[in-house]
Design a protein around this ligand. Structure first.
Ligand code: 9MR
Length: 719
């Protein structure tokens, strides 16, 4: 049987304490003293999303006040005009923050602008915007985090700027000793493996299959979900700063492939003991100091013994790969599927090879002695991809298939993966009987209802309970917000989308500390996260983390020396310090940025309640001007049928006859699979109300050349 919610939580906490105490490692040079961002030291007591709000989204602020009476709030424009006003709702003591709070709700205000300020009782918030494209920047920055974290490839200045560029790390070039021919730890194997590539896990340079698996799944899932919504062009080719831009494959999938290739390299080869299993992790033999540039790490790297959990993470991520990449690269999809099947079979043969919590010298433990949830997740992915009865039986015979514990208030995570299987079964077409599918989908909405009620009980609208602030709490919150978003997709109920967006408010400043946990977003944003290269706080020649990097967030366990020294006595949601030494509250990690990127993409693309596709005011004519045996030219004219000018546009359509655009004029045109996106050039950026813009394409074809009939303008369907 799956363990109860409380048992699972204890297990997670236990792992935290064990590994946390060993992570200290004496490697840290003395961190510079940073101001302690306690609630008392905050500059304002009106907490808002410091980036802003979507015009059609919820708009809440939390006011810290000792007053028990409702107060008047005023929303002022940048010029100081009062645009809206109302009364706050007193909430009294908020246990997570340890503060007495009231809530202002200005959701009904839907105008747009920048530099708004919310004033309550003579105190003002940080300034913020209200605009539809609020999350466009974060969508690409949060996803670009993964390129920065790539191992085994030079990080190019042309893509990230000179401050963040560095030579490839861990390609066997001195002083690096890895990762092209890595030995196992003593007694584990008698050969070496090439395990180059992948993403560094976090502030350290270890590479861990369990955490890599869930992170890859989330990145690929963000694309798979967007594809269902018909909005995936925003994650398509040439949307990210990655070296693979322009290769015809969606950039998000290019990024995830970097990790998928690594995960498959971690599989034990045929003919060796435990063939098909995945090594649990590869990392330095001893903890390295802060700072350590990746290309200057001189530690020996070692493979740690295979584990059932890592093997099943590989199976799940690779099975998802086989499904999602098929439209873009069938050979890669086949390779993923073969790896997934092999991993599944190996895990079934070795169901209890547990990674111990104690293995945390030189890298994190990622210990997990409860892997029935990983079996369920891997079976669900394999079933959704193949439809085969053996995987279906593994799904339906798992106690996780019906257990209420698949979703908990504490969210899913690298050790608790049953929810990922449920999310896939609820959203990817599969052959489960209708009644079972209904039950699976209801379990997602029931979980989302729980999160909404948790939020309703919190002064800051946080979808995690008061005792849920443990290591990486920001990812716990973000993962719960994903469940809310998926419930919105399944039901069309706008309350779930509102809940997911309100979770973003917390990450971006509406919280106990008035702290945006995302670098570069908001007036007071985290900039000293624990990282061996972005270590500006200890070495001024190195950069701070790049924009879009999410800090782990408040951790009431205080599991590092800086937190213990500076945060003792903190209320759970205030147990955070923006200091490079506080790895238990202020690290970055791939499994934390992945849900942030997922949510940013979700928030950026959905402009209407309930997740419906917006309708745009446009009409399109597509005329084939010339056609020959294997090619054609066409003129596309888009008319702005709305009452205001369009400033900058993106026109999308699909080719159903295998056509491919080979060149274009008067627009920049990219194609990903069957999907085409045309972006304005400078001179036709503005289409006045009633006006038109035209451009031309040349393409290749074989046989017929069906004319596209459906077009979208900036994500909204043209009438
Ligand atoms: O995210 C992990 C958290 O759940 C654990 O409690 C903690 C201690 O074991 O480790 C966290 O993961 C770290 C990993 O062990 C090493 N790389 C950095 C990760 C983020 O802090």
């Amino acid at each position: 049987m799956p363990p109860s919610e409380s048992l699972r939580r204890r297990r997670t906490l236990c792992a935290v304490l064990l590994a946390g105490s060993l992570l200290v490692g004496g490697a840290l040079t003395a961190p510079a003293a940073a101001a302690v961002p306690t609630a008392a030291a905050a500059t304002t007591a009106v907490r808002v999303n410091q980036v802003g709000y979507l015009p059609d989204g919820p708009k809440h602020a939390t006011v810290v006040t000792t007053s028990s009476q409702a107060l008047t709030w005023q929303l002022r424009t940048a010029s100081g005009t009062v645009a809206a006003s109302g009364s706050t709702v007193p909430r009294g003591a908020d246990h997570a923050s340890g503060q007495s709070v009231q809530v202002a709700d200005f959701s009904s205000y839907r105008d747009t602008g920048s530099g708004y300020v919310l004033t309550v009782d003579g105190r003002s918030s940080d300034p913020f915007d209200i605009r539809a494209n609020l999350y466009d920047g974060l969508r690409s920055d949060a996803m670009a985090f993964f390129y920065h974290q790539r191992s085994g490839i030079a990080i190019e200045s042309s893509l990230v700027g000179s401050a963040y560029a560095h030579p490839a790390g861990h390609l066997g070039v001195a002083p690096n000793k890895g990762d092209t021919s890595v030995p196992c730890q003593s007694g584990v194997c008698d050969y070496t493996r090439d395990v180059r590539g992948g993403w560094y896990d976090a502030g350290d340079q270890g590479k861990y299959v369990v955490n890599g698996g869930i992170s890859t799944w989330l990145v690929v899932n963000s694309f798979e979900r967007a594809k269902r919504a018909g909005t995936h062009e925003a994650l398509g080719d040439s949307t990210l700063r990655v070296p693979e831009r322009g290769n015809g494959v969606p950039d998000v999938l290019d990024e995830a492939r970097w990790e998928l290739d690594f995960l498959m390299r971690m599989q034990v080869p045929d003919g060796k003991p435990y063939a098909g299993m995945a090594f649990h992790k590869v990392h330095d033999a001893a903890w390295t100091a802060l700072p350590t540039r990746p290309e200057l790490d001189s530690q020996v790297r070692e493979l740690h013994r295979p584990s059932t959990a890592a093997t099943l993470n590989l199976a799940a991520a690779a099975a998802q790969c086989a499904r999602v990449y098929r439209a873009y690269d069938a050979a890669f999809a086949d390779r993923c599927l073969a790896a997934a099947r092999k991993a599944w079979t190996a895990a079934r043969a070795n169901p209890a090879l547990y990674a111990p919590d104690s293995d945390s010298t030189g890298g994190g433990a990622y210990g997990d002695a409860q892997v029935t949830d990983e079996f369920y997740w891997a079976a669900a992915e394999l079933y959704a991809t193949t439809g085969e009865s053996a995987y279906r039986d593994a799904v339906t015979s798992s106690s996780w298939h019906t257990s209420a514990s698949a979703f908990t208030r504490y969210g899913f995570g690298w050790a608790d993966t049953a929810a990922l299987g449920r999310l896939t079964l609820a959203t990817v077409p599969n052959g489960l009987p209708a009644a079972d599918l209904t039950r699976v989908r209801s379990s997602v909405t029931a979980a989302a209802d729980t999160h909404l009620s948790t939020m309703a009980g919190q002064g800051y609208g946080v979808p995690i309970p008061t005792d849920g602030y443990f290591w990486g709490s920001n990812s716990e919150l973000a993962n719960n917000a994903i469940v809310l978003a998926v419930a919105g997709e399944l039901t069309g109920d706008g309350r779930y989308r509102a809940g997911a967006l309100e979770a973003m408010d917390y990450l971006l400043g509406r919280n106990a500390l008035g702290q945006s946990y995302v670098t570069g977003y908001g007036e007071t944003s985290s900039r000293n996260q624990h990282h061996r290269f972005w270590a500006h706080q200890v070495d001024a020649s190195l950069p701070n983390p790049p924009a879009g990097s999410l800090a782990g967030g408040p951790n009431s366990g205080l599991q590092d020396p800086v937190a213990q020294e500076r945060l003792t006595g903190c209320a759970p949601a205030a147990c955070y310090i923006d200091d490079i030494g506080s790895y238990s509250t202020n690290e970055v990690a791939v499994n934390w940025n992945a849900p942030l990127a997922w949510l940013a993409a979700y928030a950026a693309e959905r402009a209407t309640d309930g997740g419906e596709q917006p309708t745009a005011s446009c009409a399109v004519t597509y005329t084939v001007d010339n056609s020959w045996s294997d090619g054609f030219t066409a003129t596309v004219t888009v008319k702005n049928t709305g009452s205001s000018a369009v400033d900058g546009w993106r026109l999308g359509w699909s080719y159903s006859g295998g056509q491919r655009v080979t060149s274009a004029w008067n627009a920049t045109v990219t194609q990903s699979g069957t999907d085409v996106v045309a972006r304005n050039v400078d001179w036709n950026r503005v289409i006045p109300a009633g006006g038109t813009a035209s451009f031309g394409v040349q393409g290749s074809k074989s046989g017929s050349n069906p004319t596209p009939t459906a077009f979208t303008l900036d994500g909204g369907a043209c009438a």
